[in-house]
Design a protein around this ligand. Sequence first.
Ligand SMILES: Cc1cc2nc3c(=O)[nH]c(=O)nc-3n(C[C@H](O)[C@H](O)[C@H](O)COP(=O)(O)OP(=O)(O)OC[C@H]3O[C@@H](n4cnc5c(N)ncnc54)[C@H](O)[C@@H]3O)c2cc1C
Length: 350
Amino acid sequence: MASLAVLRALRNHRFFSPSPSPFPHTAAISRLISTLVLGEHEGGFLKLSTLSALSAASSISKDNSISILLGGSGSDLEKAALHAASVHPVVSQVLVADADILTHPLAESWADLVHMVQKKDGYSYIISASNSFGKNVLPRAAAILDVSPITDVIEISETHLFVRPIYAGNAFCTVRYTGSDPCMMTIRSTSFPLLSIPTDAETNAAPISQVDLSTFNKETHGKSRWLKLISQETDRPDLGNARIVVTGGRGLKSAENFKLLDRLAEKLGAAVGATRAAVDANFIQNDLQVGQTGKIVAPDLYMAFGVSGAIQHLAGMRDSKVIVAVNKDADAPIFQVMDVLNNFSQEILK
Ligand SMILES: Cc1cc2nc3c(=O)[nH]c(=O)nc-3n(C[C@H](O)[C@H](O)[C@H](O)COP(=O)(O)OP(=O)(O)OC[C@H]3O[C@@H](n4cnc5c(N)ncnc54)[C@H](O)[C@@H]3O)c2cc1C
C-alpha cells in the first residue's frame, strides 16, 4: 500500500448521539403508551439487536409499558424468557409463544402471531430491529394490521416523529407518523446504544406470560418452509456487532491477498468485512459485504484497505467512530468524506 492515512471522525451529534435524557419527550404524554418489541434469541439469550430495539422503545416515553414477544420452543425459549424478564427494568412483561413453527423466523407464522397479539393487547408501537428478521416479519405484519411501517429509524425525535436515512444514507428524512395504532417500525441497531442499568434499579424480574395460541392456525403457514441454516464456523465476533472491523476492497487484488486481513483481524479480535467489488471478485463470501446492500456496521474502529469509498459502501460504515483508510489514490472518495468528518471532529475538539 503506497500511502496510509489515519483519519479520526467523531459521530455527527445531530443524528447519532444518544439523547442526554433517555426520556426526552415526556411532558406532552398524558396517556400510557405500550410497546411490543419483537424479540430474537439464540442459545437462551436475547440477541443484541433486540436489546437495541428495547433501547429504542424506552426512548419513546418514560410512560411506556414495554413487552417483549419471544417465539420458539424448548429450553432455549424458557432460558431466553428468563433473560428477557431480568434484562432491564424497562421491561414490563415477557410474552412467550411456545410453538415449534415459531422457532425459525418465517414471515407468515410470525406475522400472524404479531397480528394475534396486537388484536388482543392493542399496543401503541411495535418495534423490531432492522435486520433480516425485522425486514421479513414487520412489513407483513403491518400489512395484515393495515398500517404503514416506518423502516430503518435512526432517531426517535418525538413520540410520532422519526429520522431515517434515504438515498443510501446521504440524506436524512424526518417522518411524522399520522396513522392509527400500532405505529410499527424497524430501527437501525447501530443508532440505539444498549441501555445501561441504573444503580438504583429494582431487581424484580418482569412477569412472563404464555401467549394463548389456541386460535393460532398453524395450517395457514405452509407457504414457506424452513429448510436449514448454513453458517460459517468462526471464533470471530459477528460483523454486525464487532468493536473493530477490518475491511478489504478490490484494491487487495486477489483472494490470496485478502487472507492477510484474516491475520490482522485475528490479532485485533476484529471481524472481517468486504466491499461489494471484493465480493463480486470472489475474494470473500458475500455475507461479509458492508454497505447499502450488505451489513450496516458502526464499530469503534473501522479499517478499510484498498476501498475507494463509493457511496453505497459508506452507507454501511459511516457511523463508525474512528475510520482508518489505506489507499494509494489520495483522491479516493473515502478520503473526501472522511476529511469532512475530520474537520468536524477538529471543530469539536477545539
Ligand atoms: C445498487 C448498488 C448497491 C451497492 N451496494 C454496495 C454495498 O453494499 N457495498 C459496497 O461496498 N458496494 C456496493 N456497491 C458497489 C459500489 O458502487 C462500488 O462499486 C464498490 O463499493 C467499490 O468497491 P471497492 O472500493 O472495493 O473497489 P474500487 O472502487 O475499484 O476501489 C478500489 C480501491 O483500491 C485502491 N487501490 C488499488 N490498489 C491499491 C494498493 N496497492 N494500495 C492501496 N490502495 C489500492 C484504489 O485506489 C481504489 O480506490 C453497490 C452498487 C450499486 C449500484
